[in-house]
Each structure stands twice: as C-alpha cells, then as structure tokens.
Design a protein around this ligand. Structure first.
Ligand code: ZN
Length: 109
C-alpha cells in the first residue's frame, strides 16, 4: 500500500471560544422554547401573546445550569487528566504532548 492510498487523517474540529457558542446555544434554546410553548399540539395549554418569549427566556435560563452540569463535570474530569500547565516536564501527564495538550486547549473557556 502506498502512502498516497492511505485515508486522509481526520481533521480536528476548529476550537471556537466557548462563551459565544454558549450564548448562541442559549438564543437557539429560547427560540425553540418560544415555538414549543406556542405549539398548536398543546391544544388548550398552548400559550400565545407577547409574554411568550419572556416565559421562554425564563424557562431556558432556569434549566440551563441543570442541562450543563453533566457536561461541565466531564470537562472538569478531563482537565484533571490533561492539566493545561502540564507537569514540571512541561508535558501533559496523560497524553505526553507538550502542555497545553490539544485536549486541554479544546477544554479551555
Ligand atoms: Zn493531554
């Protein structure tokens, strides 16, 4: 097998700053909640009127910490394994890449 016939190495996803991504996710969540509260399938429980987006914002804001907590817990555990500062050798103790390793960089806020 020649080198040119090998499959291309996977390209890692671009690491974007987390805060804008979380804000965008929140806006999408509020839009989805607004649509959901107004869904005709709710029948008599369906909400309408100018207060619906405010209610949707409140619902998403209240739920967000509970939705994020499992993910944040796993991110914290991964950072223990891949500390951004590495060890005294300047390398990640888990993957041995120079610190900060790619995993630590992906997990930074
Ligand atoms: Zn690492």
């Amino acid at each position: 097998m020649t080198r040119s016939s090998l499959p291309a190495a996977p390209v890692p996803p671009a690491v974007e700053p987390l805060a804008p991504a979380l804000e965008a996710a929140h806006r999408h969540g509020v839009r989805a909640a607004t649509a959901g509260l107004q869904d005709a399938a709710l029948g008599g429980l369906r909400l309408t009127g100018p207060g619906v987006p405010t209610l949707a914002e409140a619902a998403v804001s209240s739920a967000t910490p509970f939705l994020r907590s499992p993910l944040l817990g796993r991110m914290s555990a991964a950072l223990v394994l891949h500390p951004p500062a590495g060890t005294t050798s300047g390398r990640c103790p888990t993957c041995l890449a120079p610190a900060p390793c790619p995993t630590a960089e992906a997990l930074l806020w």
